[in-house]
Ligand binder design. Structure first.
Ligand SMILES: Cc1ncc(COP(=O)(O)O)c(C=O)c1O
Length: 427
């Protein structure tokens, strides 16, 4: 199919004319990317960019095995889960085998938001309670229910605030949060326990590493102990692994395992099918049994043979290319560079992360920890000019996020550090 090629400016004009006005674009001068390969993206003019933010194309953009799996299955059959299909059977067996303990019953859906919506329904049906507890600054998805339980959105511009059935616990941020010292984990667990005890929710949702909160790594023991506190109230715990699952944290396949936590429900999305829209919910037989109320659960696209073929190829590539181990060693190398840069650039107030899920928090003053959002935006823009794609996040928009495809190489990391060094020196 030959399609009229529009210039970047023409596409911007069409977007303004035809799309909802609050659909945002990255960068003040938006990029027209026409091709992806591995960890690289290529613009219309042929310029190559290192993609340091796309945790969706997890095993690399357009991985040939993933592409072939999708193409092959699309040419054969795509239908729904009311027919028997080997790909579905194989995928849920493999996914369940990757989960610990009783987490063995899968529901396949089409996005991270859909996974979290379903998790909410499962928990509410199982416990009979509507109340929800979340971490401050959390984002769990774009549906009405999920916006209401995402402080990042409902307490931000245009939001209506947290509704009364949702309560938040402080984000376990040991750099900028309310508890910072060696007893931070205890204090944050106390805070969470108190909210859980007084609100008696049906469900406690937590990202094992808090993405929109600014790439926050909770202090050791926070997640496991606050999940245990929730369980004591009869509350179900959901680990939202939509950002961080599938080996990104390196040491483990799932970030909740790296934190020693035991969820009742795990939600998956983004990387699950390397950019093809898919999600999953994995839970225990007991929770799944409660959901079997007599009402059929049907999902037109969830678990279709094409999605399952693609998701299976992702698991194959993760295993055959040993990408979780690669994420662990590349993450260490990246962190070393960032710590080294922090020694020379006062602007870097904190460096944190696990595996290839990293953040560098910029501040104008290390003592007061005054956030430096303008500097962060400037770093991202200047890095883009040098061919490195990054983004910012966190409540103060001053955290540089690093979450690349896992195929990132040591040379890529070294080149990123050199470019960051130059950019920071020039600010
Ligand atoms: C932690 C988390 N959960 C859920 C979602 C929703 O996923 P999706 O946009 O694929 O629906 C996101 C999206 O950014 C997310 O970051």
């Amino acid at each position: 199919m030959t399609l009229r090629q529009r210039s970047a400016a023409e596409i911007v004009a069409v977007r303004h004319r035809r799309l909802g006005p609050n659909l945002s674009l990255s960068y003040s001068e938006p990029l027209k990317i026409v091709r992806g390969q591995g960890q690289y993206l290529f613009a219309e003019d042929g310029r190559r960019y290192l993609d340091l933010v796309n945790n969706v194309c997890h095993v690399g953009h357009c991985h040939p095995r993933v592409v072939a799996a999708g193409q092959d299955q699309m040419a054969r059959l795509n239908t729904n889960t009311r027919y028997l299909h080997d790909h579905l059977a194989e995928y849920v067996e493999r996914l369940a085998a990757l989960m610990p303990g009783e987490l063995s019953i899968c529901f396949l859906v089409c996005s991270g938001s859909e996974a979290n919506e379903l998790a909410l329904r499962l928990a509410r049906t199982h416990t009979g309670r509507r109340e929800i507890v979340v971490l401050d600054h959390a984002y769990h998805g774009n549906s009405g229910n999920l916006i209401d339980m995402s402080p990042y959105k409902c307490e931000g511009p245009g939001g209506d605030g947290l509704p009364s059935h949702v309560r938040k616990v402080p984000c376990p941020d040991t750099y900028r949060g309310r508890h910072r010292g060696p007893d931070a984990a205890d204090r944050y667990v106390d805070d969470a326990s108190e909210v859980l005890r007084s609100h008696q929710p049906g469900v406690f949702f937590a990202e094992p590493l808090v993405g929109c909160g600014g790439q926050i790594v909770p202090p050791a023991g926070f997640l496991s102990r606050s999940f245990a506190a929730a369980r004591r109230q009869g509350t179900l715990c959901v680990a939202d692994e939509v950002q961080v699952g599938f080996g990104r944290v390196g040491s483990h396949y799932w970030a909740f395992e790296a934190q020693g936590a035991r969820p009742d429900i795990v939600t998956l999305g983004k990387p699950i099918a390397n950019g093809h829209p898919m999600g999953a919910v994995v839970t225990t037989p007991e929770v799944a049994a409660s959901f079997d109320t007599g009402m059929e659960y049907f999902n037109t696209f969830g678990g279709n043979p094409v999605s399952c073929a693609i998701a299976l190829a992702v698991l194959d590539v993760l295993r055959d290319e040993e990408l979780p181990a690669h994420a662990a060693s590349m993450g260490e190398r990246f962190l070393e560079h960032l710590h080294e840069l922090a020694q020379r650039h006062e602007l870097i107030g904190d460096v944190r992360g696990q595996g290839l899920y990293l953040g560098a928090e910029l501040v104008t003053d290390r003592e007061t920890r005054e956030p430096a959002p303008d500097a962060a935006t400037s770093v991202v823009d200047q890095m883009k000019e040098r061919g490195f794609l990054l983004s910012t996040d966190g409540p103060d928009h001053n955290v540089i996020k690093i979450k690349p495809p896992l195929v990132l190489s040591a040379d890529d990391i070294d080149a990123t550090a050199t470019a960051l060094d130059e950019v920071l020196a020039g600010l």
